[in-house]
Design a protein around this ligand. Structure first.
Ligand SMILES: Cc1cc2nc3c(=O)[nH]c(=O)nc-3n(C[C@H](O)[C@H](O)[C@H](O)COP(=O)(O)OP(=O)(O)OC[C@H]3O[C@@H](n4cnc5c(N)ncnc54)[C@H](O)[C@@H]3O)c2cc1C
Length: 420
């Protein structure tokens, strides 16, 4: 089959690769001039198998209330809100019921474990390098309440077969000496032993190059304008390039991997995707004192900030803002990332020349990505990866290729069948 993939971020490039491996002819339509330039560009870098619990959990409503109106809140719901945001917010609240959270956590745990294995296989087979590290992720706890929650998380991970170890402060500092100056404040930590980190953009670019060499045709600088229906199927996608020239790419099947913009592409077909763009920030910093910068990726559970060492830089990322498709940088939120870095690792990074960035996580209320067949038989989705698009990319791509080829995907997960 000739399959047209729309969008060349993590989801699109991994899907293109897996579909090509599964024996298809693949074309990719991407409006930007290269792969990985939108949400996959400067994320937190974490392959976070040890964080399957979605944002929508029983503790979330109370936290959201506490954060309401705080401009520096880790999760900020800006007002006034348009209808789509209110609808999404109500669905989010429904996903906070314990039964829903348990179901969603189990699904993400299955998919994340599978995806991390697929990433390792791909890295080995293709000899890919992207400042990867397999030292795990250290989750830091600064209050007795957080530590209690951490212990519960570790038991939950064990139930899902995910390796995680509680660490006392000495053990934590032995693993990551750059945390020594936090000795007086830290209450404990958990090490997600199966976790990894690495530069998602470098990975996306490297895989896109391999895919192109293997015959995948990339149409960069071409925006998908409209999916053209022919009978009960999609026959082509109308495109327009930067110079305003129009054209069409036809195919036997189409895969939507357009991140936060996926919904707009399929809305004219009557398809409603529950995806909202949740904005996050990152700062990429050069190192001043490399020995003071952690080698292990870190999650600060208190402040909801993560950091990953990417070669000779530190990537610090966090915050979630529901404010439509706005990508402007709020100076307060940028400064918060620098303040956190200096407080955690004093003097370690050059704060005079930070590279700030914001991206829109394509987020479903449950944080479960939409992967599988839509109501239209030759239209597929691989989108809505939310907070875990790097973690889940290789697994969802393989699962999608299996679904397209009529094989049941390996992990137990609610994949879409005819849109449901
Ligand atoms: C601050 C931050 C930190 C994060 N940290 C982590 C982390 O540590 N670990 C983790 O697992 N995940 C993390 N994420 C989430 C992860 O980055 C995303 O889930 C992932 O990048 C989404 O990939 P995507 O391919 O779906 O979307 P994108 O990367 O946005 O790709 C979509 C592509 O579609 C293209 N496109 C859109 N519309 C059209 C159109 N009409 N025609 C043609 N092309 C189109 C876009 O140009 C874009 O290239 C983080 C996200 C943010 C914002």
């Amino acid at each position: 089959m000739h399959i047209v993939v729309i969008g060349a971020g993590l989801a699109g490039v991994t899907a293109a690769w897996s579909l090509r491996e599964a024996g298809h002819t693949v074309s990719v339509v991407e409006r930007r001039e290269a792969a990985g330039l939108e949400t996959s560009f400067a994320n937190g870098g974490q392959i976070s198998v040890s964080h399957p619990e979605p944002w929508a959990n029983p503790g979330a409503p109370l936290l959201l209330l506490r954060w309401l109106g705080r401009r520096d809140a880790p999760l900020l719901f800006r007002f006034p809100a348009e209808a789509a945001r209110i609808r999404w917010g109500l669905s989010f609240l429904r996903e906070c019921f314990p039964g829903r959270t348990r179901r969603n956590t189990r699904a993400i745990a299955n998919l994340a474990t599978y995806s991390a294995r697929k990433l390792r296989e791909l890295r080995r087979t293709l000899d890919l390098h992207y400042d990867e590290s397999n030292r795990g992720i250290l989750h830091l706890y600064f209050t007795p309440g957080e530590l209690r929650h951490g212990r519960q998380q570790q038991r939950l991970l064990q139930r899902h077969g995910i390796g995680a170890r509680m660490l006392d402060i000495d053990e934590c500092i032995a693993i990551e000496p750059s945390l020594a100056q936090l000795r007086g404040r830290l209450r404990g930590a958990m090490l997600g032993v199966e976790d990894e980190s690495g530069d998602a953009y470098v990975f996306t670019q490297a895989l896109a190059q391999r895919a192109a060499a293997a015959g995948v045709q990339f149409h960069f600088g071409c925006k998908a304008e409209r999916l053209v229906v022919s009978g009960k199927r999609i026959g082509a996608v109308d495109i327009i390039d930067a110079g305003g020239r129009t054209g069409a790419v036809s195919g036997d099947a189409f895969v939507i991997t357009a991140g936060s913009y996926s919904g707009a592409l399929v809305a004219p077909l009557g398809e409603k995707l529950p995806i909202y763009p949740v904005k996050g920030y990152s700062a990429t910093l050069n190192l001043r004192r490399p020995e003071r910068v952690p080698q292990t990726s870190i999650t600060d559970e208190s402040r909801r900030i993560v950091c990953s060492r990417l070669g000779n830089q530190l990537r610090v990322a966090g915050t979630a803002e529901l404010n439509g498709f706005d990508l402007s940088l709020d100076p307060l939120r940028c400064q918060a990332l620098l303040d956190w870095t200096e407080e955690m690792f004093p003097g370690a990074c050059d704060l005079s020349n930070p590279h700030f960035w914001a991206g829109l996580r394509p987020t479903t209320p449950s944080n479960l990505p939409l992967v599988g067949r839509s109501r239209i038989s030759n239209l597929f989705y691989n989108t809505g990866h939310g907070t875990l698009g790097w973690t889940l990319a290789c697994g969802t791509a393989q699962a999608l290729a299996d679904i397209v080829n009529g094989r049941p995907p390996e992990p137990e997960f609610p994949f879409l069948r005819n849109g449901n």
